[in-house]
Write a protein that binds this ligand. Sequence first.
Ligand code: NDP
Length: 296
Amino acid sequence: MTATVIDGKAFAATVREKVGAHVTRLKEEHGITPGLAVVLVGEDPASEVYVRNKGKQTLEVGMNSFEHKLDADVSKEELYALIAKLNADPAVHGILCQFPVPAHLSEQDIVAQIDPAKDVDGLHVLNAGLLASGQRALVSCTPLGCLMLLRDHLGSLSGLNAVVIGRSNLVGKPLAQLLLGDSCTVTIAHSRTKDLQGVVSQADIVVAAVGRPEMVPGDWIKKGATVIDVGINRIERDGKKKLVGDVDYASCAQVAGAITPVPGGVGPMTIACLLANTITACCRANGLQEPDGLTA
Ligand code: NDP
């Protein structure tokens, strides 16, 4: 069997198109331009690239992009004052702080400063709690992107056995909640899981969100299963730098029914879902109908 490749890059483009069309409608019919504010602390080169890409794609769909760059030694009081200003600004519908931040700042405390209604990264405890209790939340972007890819590929997920490897607050836990919301039977695996191979081999859906290059081999995968690879690992092979996921793509693609590649799978969905969340937050803030297919 050779797996169908789930093209996250192409699907992300359709999400951005949908977002762009809704932005146009919001502008024309309601005079509202959705706005996303991104706060970057320090000069981490990878974070600078992410922030630049986010800003570029925000502008491309017709939203306003507000970038705030702060020095690495900014005090938490100054940072929190900026977040308070953004919370109060009606032109800003989504706020995210790019992580990691310098060690004197706490990511958890920063997220707690953000108005949950503008928390487009879905990391605030209120949004995590709403998601866990099956209520309307803003959902973390990468898990939301995985869910969209799965729904697009499989249609109904009801009754399927799903294994999520990884239990981070950013990916594993919210994704498990989303899959449960779609009536999967969900197992969350992690570094202490016994017999990971046995657990994974039962799954109709395998999501790997670990951060260990190619740790899931093809002989763990049930024939025909759908494999979603969230991992982004930079490795060097044959003297060349390469990006690989958490699953061994070559062997898994021989067994799986469908698989996301790295790069070009889950990665592009993350920023697309950030834009989707900003539209959702904007519609909710203005009491307007949300576009279909952009939320959980
Ligand atoms: P974290 O480091 O926060 O979590 C990793 C999880 O993997 C932990 O729950 C850990 O378990 C588990 N784990 C570690 N080793 C093993 C093992 N041997 N067997 C089973 N489970 C294990 O990572 P994130 O969730 O933030 O990210 C995971 C991956 O996804 C990374 O490669 C990251 O780069 C990528 N990523 C990609 C994004 C995208 O846009 N595509 C966005 C976000 C992340 P325990 O809790 O027991 O320690």
